[in-house]
Design a binder for this molecule. Sequence first.
Ligand SMILES: [Zn+2]
Length: 225
Amino acid sequence: MAEHQDRTLQRLTEGILRFQQDVYPARQDEYAYAAQNPQKPHTLLITCSDSRIDPEALTQSGPGQIFVTRNIGNMVPPYGEMLGGVSAVVEYAVDALGVQHAVICGHTDCGAMKGLLAEPGKLDSMPAVKSWLRNADGAKREAMAVDGDEPSLKTVTEQNVLTQMQHLRSHPSVAGAIARGTLTISGWVYDIEHGDVRIYNEAEDRFRSVREGAAAGQHAVGAAA
Ligand SMILES: [Zn+2]
């Protein structure tokens, strides 16, 4: 192992030791409860792998509360196209765990969205990424319909959240739970710089800051099934 890799591993183990010393004792009851009871997360959260996103911190969730899956560009392949990891997570979360809500959470400054807007050929050296981004082809087209030939990063990011919500609804477990009224879904864009989240409001057909919802004294979640 190269020396710099050793140092990185050391950094990680030091973090674990600090967790054991400072964090765990203060929250021991919470962790004991989590260890002794089956998980019952209320929400499935699908977000980007971007290392600047911290879903538990952002939603102030503790162990056992949110079931998280992450991938490049917070995508959900439409049902039947790629029955891989994401599809299995969705099915398990809805059918086995019975989550009551599912979130597609995009974010500002997303590398995947920039990749989608990049010149064709720019991603040739990363064939796996290039292939994965095809799950957002529809989003790019929608964004072009909104902004014209050169859509903004903001528009593509928002349209991608809406596209992935559509894909999510194509999964039989999700469609069934929505029809039964046991599951709702929402689409978010996390603004890393300002610590804000904008949630898609179906009635107004726009993404609205949670602050706006809070200021108006309304429940922030606007987009139901
Ligand atoms: Zn991203």
